[in-house]
Design a protein around this ligand. Structure first.
Ligand code: GLY
Length: 341
């Protein structure tokens, strides 16, 4: 039987040591364990595993998703999320939405209860939720995120960070600050899984990037960029600067490499190499599982927070520090399938 399992990520970016590191580790472990528990069930599906794992991350308030979402230039939450089922290319995505505690579940509801792939806007999603009889609760920023928002605005005014340069003039209409910028950290969450029937699934959820313009939708709502899954290749989920991830359709690129015979690790590395060559370093990370159940993770950032749990592993492996390496699984050889870009 296939060595089924799940990988989750809690964002890629620069690493800041701090007292929250053990908690991040714990939440990632709990998330991977929740997904693995689904896979262990009789007939457990990668779709359920991915949704349950991401819900843990969204609810944690620790990562940039769900209740922990970063805030827009107006200090508001707006989330993006997407989920894709590799056995039939079913997918659902939501963009610019603040009406549901678990955006990943709302994306799945779009996939399973509408004829569309992608719905945007809180009012529109509220109507959709009502139509299918689902109660939604507006997401409100956590205290910690509101504090961070004030700090980021102060930094912006001091001109300490240099992101979003072309938005600067536009932003005067949103805020009366003299300068605009944004921190680079992106703690988007995501998961990929393969179940014992060899079905793969990918999911992703985010509050987007700090101090983004209202109406901005990032890669996490875009199938092919923030996620992709196809049983013929595998599944991938991305994190990092959404504008850049969209430019290279990062997750479809990973899946295309796997479709052409690369194992998951080689495919992640090859796709990240393309991103680095075209757009530079410090941008993104990606996790993947291929159709044979091999996992991969690559980044061109300092760190990619992640956790793995496959059936052959005795316990969940978590990596948060930049220097932490991924485990070597028993009976797992890359052989000559490795591919270099
Ligand atoms: N990768 C998350 C975002 O840029 O919105």
């Amino acid at each position: 039987m296939l060595d089924f399992g799940i990988i989750v990520h809690g964002g890629a970016g620069s690493f800041t040591p701090g007292p929250d590191v053990p908690n991040r580790r714990k939440v990632l472990e709990t998330s991977a364990d929740a997904g693995y528990l689904e896979l262990k069930k009789r007939g457990g599906s990668s779709l359920d595993a991915v949704e349950e794992a991401i819900k843990v991350l969204e609810d944690s308030k620790v990562f940039n998703a769900g209740s922990g979402s970063s805030l827009s230039i107006e200090g508001k939450v707006s989330t993006d999320a997407a989920i894709m089922n590799g056995n039939n290319l079913g997918c659902g995505a939501i963009g610019n939405v603040s009406i549901h505690r678990n955006p990943i579940s709302l994306a799945r509801l779009v996939m399973e209860n509408s004829d569309h792939v992608f719905l945007v806007g809180s009012d529109e999603l509220l109507k959709f939720s009502r139509a299918i009889g689902v109660t939604s609760t507006r997401l409100v920023p956590s205290e910690q995120r509101l504090k961070q928002y004030k700090e980021n605005l102060a930094q912006m005014k001091d001109g300490k960070i240099k992101a979003w340069p072309r938005n600067y003039k536009l932003l005067r209409s949103y805020q009366s600050s003299k300068k605009f910028d944004s921190p680079e950290n992106s703690d988007t969450v995501g998961a990929v899984a393969v179940d014992s029937s060899s079905n793969v699934c990918a999911g992703v959820s985010t509050g987007g990037r700090w101090l983004k313009l209202p109406g901005r939708v990032g890669d996490s709502a875009i199938v092919g960029s923030g996620i992709y899954a196809d049983n013929l290749s595998g599944a991938a989920s991305a994190t990092g600067a959404g504008e850049e991830i969209i430019r290279v359709c990062l997750c479809k690129t990973v899946c295309d490499f796997m479709r052409n015979g690369a194992d998951a690790q080689s495919a992640c590395e090859a796709a990240i190499n393309i991103l680095t060559d075209r757009r530079g370093v410090g941008i993104a990370g990606v996790i993947a599982v291929d159709k044979l159940g091999r996992f991969g993770a690559a980044r061109n950032t300092e760190m990619l927070q992640r956790a793995f749990r496959f059936d052959s592993m005795k316990k969940t492996y978590v990596a948060v520090l930049p220097e932490e390496k991924d485990p070597v699984r028993p009976n797992y050889e890359l052989g000559d399938l490795r591919l270099r870009f």
